[in-house]
Design a protein around this ligand. Structure first.
Ligand code: AMP
Length: 113
């Protein structure tokens, strides 16, 4: 488990608004939301960046996206649409070095693409 702020959330050392958890993943609301819905899906395994993924992580990465889509469906905004983002390193704007997927939705999203 990573020694980042997300590791501390996983270990319950600091609070977070957790919306989903299983053996492999945790999901919680972003502290500084960039959309009406902004949830972070985080693998519990220590993986700093996308660059650190190996073929052995393929199932885990699939679970990450499936959990995000399931959450969007459960919250009722899947058909309207949403965005999943994984930032990588400095140019990607990554600030927490534990792999995480941003799920953004709940309104039309602008400023990308
Ligand atoms: P990134 O820039 O892709 O590394 O994203 C890191 C995200 O973590 C940012 O959107 C932050 O707002 C969010 N964040 C940082 N600290 C916390 C925290 N304690 N609880 C929830 N979200 C956080």
């Amino acid at each position: 488990m990573s020694d980042t702020i997300f590791g501390k959330i996983i270990r319950r050392e600091i609070p977070a608004d957790i919306v989903y958890e299983d053996d492999d993943l945790i999901a919680f609301k972003d502290i500084s939301p960039q959309a009406p819905v902004h949830v972070l899906f985080v693998p519990k395994a220590t993986i700093a960046t996308l660059n650190d993924l190996t073929p052995g992580h393929a199932e885990l990465v699939g679970k990450l996206f499936l959990a995000a889509a399931k959450y969007a469906k459960a919250q009722g905004f899947a058909d309207d649409g949403y965005r999943c983002v994984i930032n990588c390193n400095r140019h990607g704007g990554q600030t927490v070095f534990q792999l995480h997927l941003h799920l953004l939705g709940g309104a039309p999203l602008h400023g990308f693409g």
